[in-house]
Design a protein around this ligand. Sequence first.
Ligand code: ZN
Length: 496
Amino acid sequence: MLIFLITAFLLVVIIQWFVESSYFERSAVAAKDGSKSSLYQITPLPYAKHVIIISLDTTRADHLGCYGNSWIKTPNLDALAAQGYLFENLYTPIPSTLASHTTLFTGRQPRFHGVPNNSYYVSEDNILLTQILKKAGFTTLGFIGAAPLRTKTGFSRGFDFYDDDWLIDPAVDVTPRLQRSAAAVTDSVIAELEKIKLPERLFLFVHYYDPHYHYLPREPWFSDYNDVDFSGMPYSYNSVTPASREGILFQKSKVGIVRRQYASEISYMDFHLGRLFEYLKKKNILDDAVVLVTSDHGEELGERVRPTGHGATVFNIESHTVGILRLPDTHGGGTRINAALGQESLMPTLLKYLSLKLPEHIQGSPLELGDINAFAGQYPLFCEATRWWKGDVPKGISSWPNMGKFRSIRGVRYKYMQSPQLGQDALFDMQNDPLERKNLLVEPSPEVLKMRQQMGTLLKEWSTRLGTIIPQKPSSEDINEQLEQLEALGYMKKNL
Ligand SMILES: [Zn+2]
């Protein structure tokens, strides 16, 4: 019996030794490769006193220098990216302003936060990032660039100060119509911070709207981009009667004007972001803060079905968003993360970094910023459109207003999309065809057909999932006011 026990004990010790030694061996090999080796190398992160979130409405990631764009000038965003983490593959689950921002502030996908589009109410059943930070002792200041995020949507809950009074003040620099220029937004932030004593802990949210339609030819950038050759750029928008907005005829020969205007708005916004960063640095706020810069969705620019705008498709031009995270002391500066990430994970990532408790029932999951190399990506990622592709709205739509619109599921390499309205689908190899130009279902191999079946099943399952929050429209009085405002912003134009 004793011999048996001794033998068993020795056996356990030997197995233990073997497992551990081979494990360390594997770790050592991995460390030599420089890959996924950080299990024992979690870097201590610097403490952040303040939190700054900057939202760039309608800004396509591929239009920034730090994302590889070669002709659009964005020196201030590029410099910030060089001092922080850059998420190369960050995606919104919904290409529409209020819905996407609600995901950013709740960590929830749209079907669970209950905001399917603009002009809905952000239910009080959602716990917003602002509310959590306020409870944790932050002074919360918000500044917005346009009406979709206005107070009446409920999005401003938790802010001590929310700068949207200018929407009803005709004296403010509102250009053109109900959007405020980047110059005015930056001026407003600086003026407010000059007025108050810097709080112990500050949460600052700043929303810029310039790249959203209507585009203006911002100088000197509009002229600077005059020599850019646009002939090779993708363009699919094709209408028998070219649509017209603001005197620009949307047809292929005019695509350069549209692109130059859009690009000049991004450079103009970057210039005024530079002023903001400089001010925050001078006031010793920037280096004590965690700064997140992101965009809520992209823009069509004639590459698919619309000459301008967003919301009708789930191609990367609409779903791929900007993601830059700068920590105090420029910790981790220059790190680029290629693995895909959903917008819903930004809020839990910030909360985890700040050592704050995550709310319940969220779909996003926090990234370990000290061990970012171990992040393998968040798959599958879903996305849904908010507008009908074109033509008549089909009948028999369920309680979720986006049912029947374009939707997609993305895996590590492939992306499958469907339009129930059109009865069409497509599968793209995102590794070899990032512009989503070659639909593999046109001449499908048996493997491709199998993938369509598997991803189609997952997408169908996902599309039947709904949370408990029912989409709420604001009161009829608010709706009329919102309709007027959205019309002024160009959302309600029927001919585009
Ligand atoms: Zn937007």
